[in-house]
Write a protein that binds this ligand. Structure first.
Ligand code: ZN
Length: 134
């Protein structure tokens, strides 16, 4: 039995739009190869982006961006007096900046339609993704 524990891995994602959803599943899945039973945490050290797990389908991605827009519309948020991105901060905390997935026999225990997606709310930017498996 081989059990591989690593401290952590980090990669970056370059977003190209102001608001965008990027499927990062293929960057995370290889990091759990050889790990029998563990928990994989995906975390982003950012305050204007998020990480969610859901279906990666183009229309649904637009629906997600629309619902975030409806939940947090452009308004006279106080933070906008400082750097004009309060909406992005608020969406980030509503959606969350980390998620965890069980690892079973070297694979993420994702359902058929589940993908790990980075939500950009204030791009384009280079986003760091930190993955911890233990
Ligand atoms: Zn800000």
């Amino acid at each position: 039995m081989m059990v591989v524990f690593m401290a952590h891995t980090e990669f970056t994602v370059k977003t190209s739009e102001k608001r965008q959803i990027v499927d990062i599943t293929d960057k995370v899945a290889p990091l759990v190869k050889g790990v029998k039973d563990a928990l994989c945490t995906i975390y982003i050290p950012h305050t204007s982006a998020a990480v969610i797990i859901n279906e990666h389908e183009p229309n649904l991605e637009k629906d997600f961006l629309d619902i975030f827009e409806k939940l947090v519309p452009k308004a006279a948020w106080r933070h906008n007096k400082i750097d004009n991105n309060a909406e992005a901060h608020l969406k980030s905390s509503i959606a969350g900046i980390s998620t965890s997935i069980p690892v079973i026999d070297g694979a993420l225990a994702l359902g058929n339609w589940q993908k790990i997606m980075l939500c950009e709310f204030d791009g384009p930017r280079t986003r760091r993704v930190i993955v911890m498996v233990r």
